[in-house]
Design a protein around this ligand. Structure first.
Ligand code: MF3
Ligand code: CO
Ligand code: CO
Length: 268
């Protein structure tokens, strides 16, 4: 499979899809409180997509080869869960950290994929630090995207920043091209060497979604077939934006009114 270069018309439709994805994350923020269940958050997001936005969830019934259909509208990954956590009836507890990952499909058939960390209650200093460093990792990755650079530049800066802070990068899951399909080429690794991999070209659209563990990088898959956790049960965090390579650099497509701004003073 080759990397799809989006036309100006497709790019405009992806701008819409990505903004709508981000707006679901804005919408759900005030509900992410100690005591709420992730099943309730799932129901709220699904209602918002279908009844307010006129979008559908790309996750619900998503069934890549070897997987049973995903049974919910969003992914909710708590504490040592890395990604693809299935919403359930357990209330969030004080100190939990939770990633909510939303992918919507517009009426035009385009996907908007983005995720954020939510910290209801009072998280530990370590948990806050992990979420902050992971957010910085995502933005460092975004900031190296420009024509002439290489995909490996993203993984290199992310791995360096995570490991410098004593954390580790999940290897088994990566960012991905996105458009009419949920997961397209290329794979966007969150580790690796600068100057390697395909060259960035204007019109490419892909996600950057580092999963960073407080302990070791090793993962485990739960018997539900979807939920991925850290093997050592250490905390894990993830942030995700979808970006467009422009003539001069990068445009982040999954911005919205309430999404946290790029951090300042991290440098690359
Ligand atoms: N949104 C995830 C990603 O960033 C994929 C979730 S697939 C699901 O690629 F089936 F678990 F929802
Ligand atoms: Co993604
Ligand atoms: Co996602």
């Amino acid at each position: 499979m080759a990397i799809i270069i989006k036309t100006p018309e497709e790019i405009e439709k992806m701008r819409v899809a990505c903004r709508l994805g981000a707006e679901v994350l804005d919408y759900i923020a005030p509900y992410v409180k100690v005591g709420v269940t992730t099943a309730e958050l799932d129901r709220l997001c699904l209602d918002y997509m279908t009844q307010v936005q006129g979008t559908i969830s790309a996750c619900l019934n998503y069934a890549p080869p070897g997987y049973a259909p995903y049974p919910a509208a969003i992914c909710t990954s708590i504490n040592h869960q890395i990604c693809h956590g299935i919403p359930n009836d357990r209330p969030l507890k004080d100190g939990d950290i939770v990633n909510i990952d939303v992918t919507i499909i517009t009426k035009d058939g385009f996907h908007g994929d983005t995720s954020r960390m939510y910290l209801p209650g009072t998280p530990s200093i370590q948990a806050k630090r992990l979420c902050a460093i992971t957010f910085e990792c995502m933005w460092l990755g975004i900031q190296v995207v420009k024509p002439g650079g290489h995909l490996g530049d993203i993984g290199a800066v992310i791995q360096k920043h995570a490991e410098k802070n004593g954390f580790s990068v999940v290897r088994e899951f990566c960012g991905h091209g996105v458009g009419r399909a949920f997961h397209e080429d290329p794979q966007v690794l969150h580790y690796g060497r600068a100057g390697t991999g395909p060259e960035f070209a204007p019109g490419m659209i892909f996600t950057i979604e580092p999963m960073i563990n407080a302990g070791k990088a090793a993962i485990r898959q739960m018997p539900d077939g979807w939920t991925i956790t850290t093997k050592d049960r250490s905390l894990s965090a993830q942030w995700e934006h979808t970006v467009l390579v422009t003539e001069t650099g990068v445009e982040v497509l999954t911005l919205s009114a309430d999404c946290p701004p790029a951090p300042t003073g991290i440098g690359v």
